[in-house]
Write a protein that binds this ligand. Structure first.
Ligand SMILES: Nc1ncnc2c1ncn2[C@@H]1O[C@H](COP(=O)(O)OP(=O)(O)OP(=O)(O)O)[C@@H](O)[C@H]1O
Ligand SMILES: [Mg+2]
Ligand SMILES: [Zn+2]
Length: 528
């Protein structure tokens, strides 16, 4: 009697798969069957679609047998956004709209019983998945048209009701419909946004030459950084300024990141693409689900994914739960996080720079060498606290830097004009371009991404530099893994100095960065 296929996308984490919704209308037992592993949210679609079609004054083939087949059959499918594709496929199979109008179109949207559309989360990653499969047009709830339009080369049709969708497919005049409610999302309210971070400038940070340089190197090579120091030394002040040192996101990076926020509950209407690197600072009491992803109902991306292409700041690091720290290891190694629930696995990207801050003791006042040591902690608690500073994440930190409060004479120096973030960002950007050029054709972009063996084979140090490093390893001051990290850092130092290859001096600076020794900037960093 009639067959038609409409398409939509099913999401697993941030990965989308194209789903064919094939409707077959035939004589037989009057019923609507839904096959192909729909979950409960899609099973309810049958009733919603039926009401929406009838209440939009179209006919539903109610004297026939309607079979809705979702394929590929082996993928689990979920979400109320299947409604629109199912309704449109039924209308096409029944002859209300021409079936060929559904070719190369993806339909996304939940239907209300009276035939209006509802916004759904994840429109951006769905549109990205559609584009990757050669689809050139998406139909989405009107408030989400901006979000879908971020994907280059995609024609986007924003609609308010099923009747408007049918009018588009029949090339008719679009009937009026009341506006669709945008998605409101509590999770987006915690997003600190570009502006807040953009306002924070290195020009406000007095003194701290060593720490400033450490931040610059971390930003240039994408290295993880640990700042330690007593209360009020400026650790948070420094860490919050790291995203300001990073260049704007490229188009693909921007899309990936915005897709993650789209999944967290949709972007507010009018929200443009996220183009600046994010800065996320979860509290040490954060749950595993909020940090890594998960939660009840739909699996949501966690802080480590919201920090994708930006910074994850773990302030008061020793107070984080040890299990959670352990669980962060996988995303930090692979650049993505996989959450398994039942037979479903959701994968989200999570390539981020980790910034860690810690105090010398729980009260934060321990100055072993000072006369005014006001620490009130017992030796046992101090040791307990410091013991947390070993383990899987700390092992992966490339740069450690101890900071002390800036002495008053430096803080009050009327001639001090600290360099601003824009100037540092320009050097970081140039250094990143050198890396991108060097690693062109590989999966890596930054020095921090390159695995040890590839580094040794393809991008070795100079002869004398290798000797300097080897001597440190034989002398017992450095592990083999530490040496690889120094090797990567030396490349970043060389990239910032616009050198073709790191030499002994770059290795020396890298060693100091790694081991937390003073940098002696006057002698080792050339004048700029
Ligand atoms: N080098 C600096 N230049 C300008 N202001 C600074 C500097 N260091 C610290 N401050 C100021 O001192 C205050 C405390 O700094 P901050 O919060 O960064 O310290 P912290 O090391 O994170 O301390 P805590 O261990 O308590 O978290 C902030 O208001 C900050 O602006
Ligand atoms: Mg702080
Ligand atoms: Zn203390």
């Amino acid at each position: 009697m009639g067959v038609a296929t409409a398409r939509t996308v099913s999401l697993f984490g941030a990965t989308g798969h194209l789903i064919d919704v094939q409707v077959d209308i035939a004589h037989g037992v009057v019923a609507t069957a839904l096959v192909g592993r729909p979950d409960a949210s899609i099973s309810e679609a049958r009733d919603r679609c039926h009401s929406a079609v009838v209440n939009s004054e179209f006919s539903w083939p109610s004297t026939k047998r309607v079979t809705v087949l979702l394929s590929p059959a082996d993928l689990p499918k979920s979400g109320p956004h299947f409604d629109l594709a199912i309704a449109v496929a039924v209308l096409a199979a029944d002859g209300t709209v021409p079936p060929q109008a559904l070719e190369k179109v993806v339909f996304v949207g939940e239907l209300t019983l009276d035939g209006r559309l509802r916004s759904v989360p994840g429109v951006l990653p769905m549109t990205m998945a559609a584009r990757a499969r050669g689809i050139t047009c998406v139909v989405v709830p009107e408030p989400q048209a901006d979000e879908a339009s971020m994907v280059p080369g995609m024609a986007v049709i924003g609609v308010r009701s099923l009747r408007q969708v049918v009018a588009h497919l029949r090339d008719e005049e679009i009937p009026h419909a009341p506006p669709v409610e945008p998605l409101t999302s509590a999770s987006l309210l915690s997003w600190r946004g570009d502006r807040r971070i953009g306002e924070l400038d290195m020009a406000d940070v007095l003194g701290m030459a060593d720490a400033r340089y450490a931040l610059e190197v971390a930003a240039a090579g994408g290295h993880h950084l640990m700042l330690s120091g007593p209360k009020g030394a400026g650790k948070t002040t420094l860490a919050e300024r790291v995203p300001g040192l990073l260049p704007d996101l490229g188009l693909e990076e921007s899309l990936e990141l915005t897709a993650i926020y789209s999944l967290s509950g949709g972007l507010p209407p009018g929200q443009t693409m996220i183009t600046r690197p994010p800065f996320r600072a979860p509290h040490h009491s954060a749950s595993r689900a909020s940090l890594l992803g998960g939660g009840t109902g739909r699996v949501r991306p966690g802080e480590v994914s919201r920090a994708h292409h930006g910074c994850l700041f773990l302030d008061e690091f020793p107070l984080f739960n040890a299990d959670i720290i352990e669980a962060l290891r996988q995303p930090l190694e692979s650049g993505e996080v996989t959450i398994v629930r039942g037979e479903e696995a959701a994968t989200f990207p999570a390539r981020t720079m980790v910034l860690i801050a810690c105090n010398p003791c729980p009260c934060g006042d321990y100055h072993p060498s000072h006369r005014d040591n006001r620490c009130t902690c017992t030796e046992l608690r101090r040791r307990e606290y410091r013991r947390k500073l070993s383990g899987p994440i700390i092992d992966r930190v490339d740069i450690t830097r101890h900071v002390e409060p800036v002495p008053p004479h430096e803080a009050r120096d009327p001639l001090a004009r600290p360099e601003g973030s824009a100037a540092i960002r320009a050097r970081v950007t140039a250094a990143r371009e050198r890396q991108a050029e060097r690693y062109a054709g590989t999966p890596w972009r930054l020095n921090a991404d390159v695995p040890g063996p590839a580094l040794l084979r393809q991008w070795p140090l100079s002869e004398p530099a290798t000797r300097t490093l080897e001597n440190r390893v034989y002398g017992g001051g450095l592990t083999r893994r530490g040496a690889t990290r120094v090797h990567r850092l030396a490349w970043t130092v060389a990239d910032l100095r616009e050198l073709d290859r790191p030499d002994g001096d770059e290795v020396d600076v890298a060693l100091r960065l790694r081991l937390g020794d003073p940098l002696m900037l006057g002698s080792t960093v050339p004048a700029r």
